[in-house]
Design a protein around this ligand. Structure first.
Ligand code: DAT
Ligand code: MG
Length: 151
């Protein structure tokens, strides 16, 4: 489905380390389409909904305080197989085992500061997109490649 969408977020450590541009560049150059983008500091409630499956984990409270400690850049990217392909581009949760060439493998060393979030399934992506964005802030747009030369 060429209209598949996923949620990608540059986490506070990624913003602080000036990695936003390089992360966006990877998704653009791969061929995905940016349909939503905002910078915000997440609330604890939003984070606890976003990571609701992790609420019982011992690291949950430190995860929550890290993720609300500063601004994140939240994005919706669209394209064929974007959920799965972006997980591959981001790399495994723990940067220790992330290959060079992945975002986490190139820019991080510790699981609790792993720079970027990517939805892990179609259902998860839909849930997270609705959680972080209002429908009106997701934009449909056409590429100038498809414009006729007479315009
Ligand atoms: P992912 O971000 O790859 O989807 P996840 O959903 O299992 O991984 O966990 C969400 C985030 O929680 C992860 O990016 C970093 C943090 N986290 C996961 N496991 C952790 C651990 N063992 N110790 C500290 N933080 C952890
Ligand atoms: Mg996850």
């Amino acid at each position: 489905d060429a209209r598949e969408r996923t949620l990608i977020a540059v986490k506070p450590d990624g913003v602080q380390r000036r990695l936003v541009g390089r992360i966006i560049q990877r998704f653009e150059q791969r061929g995905f389409k940016l349909v939503g983008l905002k910078m915000m500091t997440a609330s604890e409630d939003l984070l606890s909904e976003h990571y609701r499956e992790l609420r019982t984990k011992p690291f949950f409270h430190s995860l929550q305080s890290y993720m609300t400690s500063g601004p994140v850049v939240v994005m919706v990217w669209e394209g064929h197989n974007v959920v799965q392909t972006s997980r591959t581009m981001v790399g495994p949760t723990n940067p220790t085992v992330a290959q060079a060439g992945t975002v986490r493998g190139d820019f991080s060393i510790h699981v609790s500061r792993n720079v970027v979030h990517a939805s892990d399934s179609l259902e998860g992506a839909q849930r997270e997109i609705q959680l972080w964005f209002e429908a009106k802030d997701l934009l449909d747009w056409d590429c100038c490649d498809q414009m006729s030369t007479s315009e």
